[in-house]
Ligand binder design. Sequence first.
Ligand SMILES: Nc1nc2c(ncn2[C@@H]2O[C@H](COP(=O)(O)OP(=O)(O)O)[C@@H](O)[C@H]2O)c(=O)[nH]1
Ligand SMILES: [Mg+2]
Length: 393
Amino acid sequence: MLIGIVGKANVGKSTFFKAATLSEVDIANYPFATIKPNEGVGFVRHECVEKFFKTKCNPQKGFCIDGERFIPVKLVDVAGLVPGAHEGKGMGNKFLNDLSAADVLIHVVDIAGTTNENGEPIKTGSYDPANDIKFLEEELDLWFYGMLKKNWNKFARTSSMEHQDIDKALYAQFSGLKVNLSMIKKARINKELDKWTDDDILKFSKRLRAVSKPTIIAANKIDLASGEANFKRIKKQFPKHIIIPVSAEAELALREAAKKELISYVPGNGKFSVLQKAKLNEKQKQALKFVEKFLGKWKNTGVQKCMNTAVYDLLKFITIFPGGVHKLGDSKGNILPDAFLLPPNSTALDFANHIHTDLGDNFIKAIDVKTRKAVGKDHKLKDGDVLEIISRK
Ligand SMILES: Nc1nc2c(ncn2[C@@H]2O[C@H](COP(=O)(O)OP(=O)(O)O)[C@@H](O)[C@H]2O)c(=O)[nH]1
Ligand SMILES: [Mg+2]
């Protein structure tokens, strides 16, 4: 799972990224083999099944506070995209490449309109953030379009002459882009490839971009003047988009204060409490006062909400906990040590394979630990299931 943080310069991408990847707990074990310089580990929040089993978990990846499990996901902070990025403007090619592997995007927009189209600071409210939503989608569409156009004539002719499967032929053009065959089928025009017009290619590029890089809008800097009015207007203007009010700065303040043990705060909550032993300086007092007022109005900072919405609502992933009917711990006695994110419609066998292909290869049956019922390999999993895999080895 890779979430791409995108947007033009100075909208708050890095602030969002820093807030989302800052955890109260230092975690040694990430489930990711490689982390590039502009990548980090953030978390989605899911109710922990420890409550169901009336126990206390010891997560080995991620962490758990107050019965809320934080499950690691990778984030990439893509440097500011400018109009014309698809033609290479402002290192556009490199930045777009950074997005190739993303499953879902969080488009950070300066909803208060304090930055112009190039990300330069201007008077608050004097730029319409609607332009940014349009511009970014257009850049991504044209990026997809450019990839197709590069070899189109030759590729369309060969594919038609050789009677190749159209979906597979198109699929081959998007290697490395987290595009799969079902996305191609959803987006495709129903015509032999050598009959496609330029308009058809563009139309397909747009549809494919929309299904393969689903995007939510983080309406950031909502704490500033004109943030709220712009947010309301833009929600009306883009009724099909998911737009979440965000103050990345407020979230960063909360996570930093929690890390210093000045407050207790569960990311995503609408409240925090100042810890008894905390010695706040004047600046910290002011910052927390501002955040408290903000939460009173907006309920939460929106950062955790963006993460959860991207993974659970847009991608419709489910969380599955490995466990056993007789033992919820691993060999070292860690209770409910893991929580995995799986794509929608995953089966018991998919889960076994996700843990280890050996487990999939030797699959006998699985047990739904909550109901204690045995299930077969094709059993469809649902969010929050606890599963035990019984294998031959
Ligand atoms: N008021 C306010 N300012 C913010 C917020 N998020 C970021 N900023 C400020 O916006 C500026 C640009 O932020 P940065 O994260 O570097 O933007 P990036 O270029 O998109 O990575 C900085 O001065 C931040 O402090 C927010 O939620 N509210
Ligand atoms: Mg930045």
